[in-house]
Design a protein around this ligand. Structure first.
Ligand code: URA
Length: 278
């Protein structure tokens, strides 16, 4: 390959990286520079009779049918798929299956897996984050990467763990390059999250970060104003107390803010140990 071609390809890769592309979508690489297996048609091939031109075999570089992974990335998502009747779903396991089969969130096109939840389906505490990241997408579970490890440590500091909490996100599919999900993307998953909350029926909700707090509390206020206060979240016929706090990924970038998160954790602990109102 010529030096100028190499430079051009490196430039393209750098541009992809700057746009947030950090992995190949296809499972099988496609060599777009491969030599065709049949000789290229002669320069005057336009003069060929139509039937003969159509009979020219497809080359390896331009397969008739794109590989499965490529089809997945380009095929339009069905917009006519019937909405699942979420009210008729009575268990979180069934809801997880319905979410995995749901084609109404465009992020599903580029994600590897559906990250529905992790933790106990008997939990009193439900945590809602923003969106799965790379590790979550690879493992198919929310909060299993660096932010998840910090979250587990924060929970353990107030004697909580996967057996006593249930963790999910406002959306179930990783946005490309970990960008913030759009309001439309959050809205497309919202009916599932609403039903998820109804089925778990937790005592309290913990909203991790601004995106989750704003969408769940239907406000445009910033996380620094929202955090550290119990606010009602309306679920069917009852209000569930919801506490917004700082996102663990933010705490990794700004460790000096951990003191606020600690105060919020203590508020959560206090609430959980207070005698229940009847
Ligand atoms: N950040 C989130 O908001 N959710 C995850 O699952 C992981 C990182």
């Amino acid at each position: 390959m010529r030096e100028s071609d190499v430079k051009q390809h490196l430039g393209l890769l750098a541009w992809y990286a700057a746009m947030g592309v950090d992995e190949a979508i296809g499972e099988v690489p496609i060599d777009r520079f491969a030599e065709p297996t049949t000789p290229a048609p002669p320069a005057n091939s336009e003069a060929k009779p139509k039937a003969q031109a159509q009979a020219t075999p497809q080359t390896q570089a331009t397969p008739k049918t794109p590989p499965k992974a490529e089809r997945k990335a380009t095929a339009p998502l069905s917009t006519t798929a019937p909405e699942p009747k979420l009210d008729e779903i009575t268990t979180l396991a069934e809801l997880a299956e319905a979410a995995a089969a749901f084609d109404g969130c465009p992020l599903k096109r580029t994600a590897k897996s559906t990250c529905f939840a992790r933790g106990s389906t008997e939990a009193k505490v439900m945590l809602i984050g923003e969106a799965p990241g790379r590790d979550e997408d690879l493992q198919g579970k929310p909060f299993v990467g660096r932010a998840g490890k910090l979250l587990d440590k924060m929970l353990s500091a107030i004697d909580l763990d996967e057996t006593s909490v249930y963790i999910t996100n406002t959306i179930y599919w990783r946005p490309p390059g970990n960008r913030t999900p759009t309001t439309q993307e959050i809205a497309s998953c919202a009916p599932f999250l609403t039903r998820q909350i109804e089925l778990l029926n937790p005592e309290v909700l913990v909203l991790l970060g601004g995106a989750a707090a704003k969408s769940m509390l239907e406000t445009t206020e910033g996380i620094m104003r929202l955090r550290g206060k119990w606010k009602p979240y309306r679920s069917k016929d009852r209000d569930i107390p919801a506490l917004a706090t700082l996102h663990p990924a933010y705490l990794l970038r700004s460790p000096e803010a951990k003191r606020y998160a600690w105060r919020d954790l203590l508020m959560l602990k206090e609430r959980l140990s207070a005698p229940q109102e009847s």
